[in-house]
Design a protein around this ligand. Structure first.
Ligand code: SP5
Ligand code: ZN
Length: 342
């Protein structure tokens, strides 16, 4: 299968994050994408092509246009305010605070449009975010034009980004934009199967009241794991979306025996929905040696995931999400893709 990848991801680098009790180099770093690219070449998965430039029209259908403008302007405003280094929020409009008035100061704005301190900005962030978005749409075009599958090697990832907020290393929700684009091309139903270790709270929020995109999430139980405040099994969708959101939370320490059972349940939900296209939000932070995660999948499990996904016999767009064990991220992510092609 073809991979769409932009070297412009590398401008999003040097970021820091708040980890428990200290500021550390961000786990979501450029070498992640480079290890995956190198592995694609090593196994000969197929051609790696650069994305076509796309406008933000489709993104504006799943994100608040004002939020997208904020993403573009935040770092220049941060610099104009006399700051330097990583731009990171430190205050958020939770519960009893006003979430209807956008502050004008940069520290107010950056908190207003985020749910955690995990989506940080440097000079090259917006360009990298745009290129990641373009990769998702270009790979979607390959599937639309008849390729059985394509891989969007997106960086930064997207599934924690919601209609008007960043977080969890995510800015534009690449999978959500691709889903909207498939619908705009005439698809009637799109399924998003999110196998990242973390709940895809942004994807869930974006489609929660819609029936044209089914969202199936396999993830660590939010009772113990990030993002902590969404991803419970009783979140089934609302209004027109009722019955089209499915959460399959799992316990700390889950290995292949437990995880693969959830995957089978997810497949049943997807096939019952009879989508025209499947988008896989592909995170490999379920890996046993992932530095921020607590599942126990091993490298040999990833090709099995791909083989199982292929059995759905659906046009499939893989969109890269998380995975922080950089030495093995290529083996694991590309393992899913080679398994799919077996
Ligand atoms: C796309 C994606 O996978 N985003 C994940 C964001 C997770 N951010 C918070 C993780 C907190 C983990 N704390 C573990 C501390 C280990 N030193
Ligand atoms: Zn994750």
């Amino acid at each position: 299968m073809k991979t769409v990848f932009s070297p412009r991801h590398a401008g999003h680098s040097g970021n820091v994050e708040l980890d428990t009790n200290e500021i550390v180099p961000a786990y979501e770093k450029p070498s992640r994408a480079e290890f995956i690219r190198a592995r694609i070449e090593a196994v000969g998965l197929g051609p790696i092509v650069e994305p076509q430039a796309h406008g933000l029209e489709t993104a504006r259908k799943v994100h608040d246009p004002a939020y997208l403008e904020f993403l573009e302007s935040v770092y220049p405003e941060w610099l104009a305010a006399g700051r330097s280094g990583t731009a990171m929020p430190y205050v958020w409009p939770t519960r009893a605070l006003r979430a209807d008035v956008v502050p004008t100061s940069i520290e107010g704005k950056i908190g207003f449009y985020a749910f955690d301190a995990g989506a940080t900005f440097v000079a090259g962030t917006w360009d990298a975010v745009r290129s990641s978005h373009d990769s998702a749409l270009s790979a979607a075009s390959l599937v639309e034009s008849g390729e059985p599958a394509a891989f969007a090697l997106c960086r930064p990832p997207g599934h924690h980004a919601g209609s008007n907020f960043a977080g969890g290393y995510c800015f534009i929700n690449n999978a959500a934009v691709a889903a909207q684009w498939f619908l705009d091309q005439g698809a009637k139903r799109v399924s998003i199967l999110d196998v990242d270790y973390h709940h895809g709270n942004g994807t869930q929020e974006i489609f929660y009241r819609r029936s044209d995109v089914q969202v199936v999430n396999l993830h660590a139980d939010p009772l113990f794991e990030y993002p902590h405040f969404l991803g419970h099994a009783d979140e089934g969708g609302e209004g027109a979306g009722e019955g089209f959101n499915h959460n399959l939370p799992m316990a700390r320490g889950t290995d292949w025996s437990g995880w693969s059972k959830a995957l089978e349940r997810g497949f049943k939900l997807v096939s019952d929905y009879t989508p025209d296209v499947l988008i896989v939000s592909l995170g490999v932070d379920t890996f046993e040696r992932d530095p921020i995660s607590q599942f126990k999948l091993v490298s040999d499990d990833y090709p099995k995931i791909g083989r199982e996904i292929a059995r759905l016999r659906l046009p499939t767009l893989f969109v890269m999400e998380g995975g922080y064990a950089v030495e093995e991220i290529g083996i694991n992510a590309v393992g899913v893709l080679t398994g799919f092609e077996d």
